[in-house]
Ligand binder design. Structure first.
Ligand SMILES: [Zn+2]
Length: 357
């Protein structure tokens, strides 16, 4: 009996100490789980909107619970209007897919070349806007570093959001094969990048082989790894620039670590960023909306707390209210910190978003 009493006393003391010092670990964990969902949206830049229009637009988004926006391009009035409404505003920039007039006219040598020696500069794959820069080239990295530095130093920009930070799709998401009349059950040379002279020399210097001579480049793990590392090094350089300026950096990435590596050579688990927005666009992979949970979980597990993960959803595939609602729930149960919306929403869907916790 006395043993039991002392056990109870010890338990009460432990409980008391627990309450007065720091909460036990399970309570801390629960705090994270019950945090309200962060709500983000990708917004295209709008040069022509008046200040009144912008004020009305962002006030409405704030009322619907939107907490952050990713704004395409440096449109100062949009950033200021978002912030005035209490919304965090990051700049959404295309990173390696760059058809900018300046680069196209002055630096054709910056573009990626495929295994057939064709450059994205004069013959882009799949679509006319696929103008991929080579991440291995120091001048490309310097140029992007300069741009990110300038943007991160602007007081009205709260953070940097990288998009298209990857190689060209060596394999397209399954649902797009028919659209382009392709069967991509293996890596085809015309979509396999980058075999420019910089990449070939750099790889040969470290591995002793010119990658263009590899008999089976699609299964050569060191050549695959080399390309993951080129993008990772670029991202981490841009990340360091943002970190020095106390600006968060994030990236829109392919839906899961394995799909990202296989399709576009994005090894995002090893990126030093603050947040990742995997585009869990189930329709592109011929998957049902339930798959969002599986995809998010794969990313969350692989990251193991290294950075935040916010699931990106694609509105054209979520046109019914029930599917949209399901997508929000599946992202949450998969472990996503929040949700990011791409595409147009109906008033009803805004209401669903507002009600989502
Ligand atoms: Zn290259």
């Amino acid at each position: 009996m006395s043993k039991l009493n002392s056990f109870i006393s010890f338990f009460l003391v432990a409980l008391f100490i627990g309450c007065t010092t720091e909460p036990p670990r399970d309570i801390l964990t629960r705090t994270v789980v019950y945090e309200p969902t962060e709500k983000w949206m990708w917004l295209h830049g709008d040069k022509n909107a008046s200040e009144e229009d912008l004020k009305a637009r962002f006030t409405k988004l704030a009322q619907y619970g939107v907490t952050g926006v990713l704004i395409g391009g440096d449109h100062e009035s949009m950033f200021r209007a978002a912030k005035a409404a209490g919304i965090e505003a990051h700049i959404w920039m295309w990173t390696l897919n760059r058809g900018d007039e300046y680069i196209m006219e002055n630096h054709p040598e910056w573009y990626s070349e495929n295994r057939l020696g064709v450059s994205c500069w004069d013959d882009p794959p799949y679509v006319g806007y696929y103008r991929w820069l080579c991440p291995t080239k120091v001048k490309v990295s310097d140029y992007l570093a300069e741009q990110v530095t300038a943007l991160a130093e602007k007081e009205y920009i709260d953070g940097i959001h990288l998009d298209y930070v990857r190689y060209c799709d060596v394999i397209l998401p399954r649902a797009l094969w028919e659209k382009y009349g392709l069967v991509q059950d293996r890596e085809l040379p015309q979509f396999d990048y980058c075999y420019c002279s910089t990449c070939r020399k750099k790889y040969e210097a470290s591995h002793g082989t010119d990658p263009i001579l590899l008999a089976e480049p699609s299964v050569d793990s060191s050549w695959i790894q080399f390309r993951y590392d080129q993008v990772t090094a670029l991202v981490n350089r841009l990340s360091a620039i943002c970190q020095e300026r106390n600006k968060p950096i994030s990236a829109a990435v392919f839906p899961t670590p394995s799909i990202a590596k296989q399709l576009v050579r994005q090894d995002w688990v090893n990126w030093k960023v603050d947040r990742l927005f995997p585009m869990v666009y189930h329709g592109f992979y011929n998957e049902p909306a339930d798959w969002i949970e599986t995809a998010v979980k794969e990313g969350v597990d692989a990251l193991n707390g290294k950075c935040k993960l916010t699931a990106g959803v694609y509105m054209p595939d979520l046109s019914s209210d029930s599917t949209f609602n399901l997508a929000l729930k599946k992202a949450k149960t998969g472990g996503s910190m929040g949700i990011s919306i791409f595409g147009k929403m109906s008033e009803r869907q805004f209401e669903i978003l507002k009600a989502h916790e």
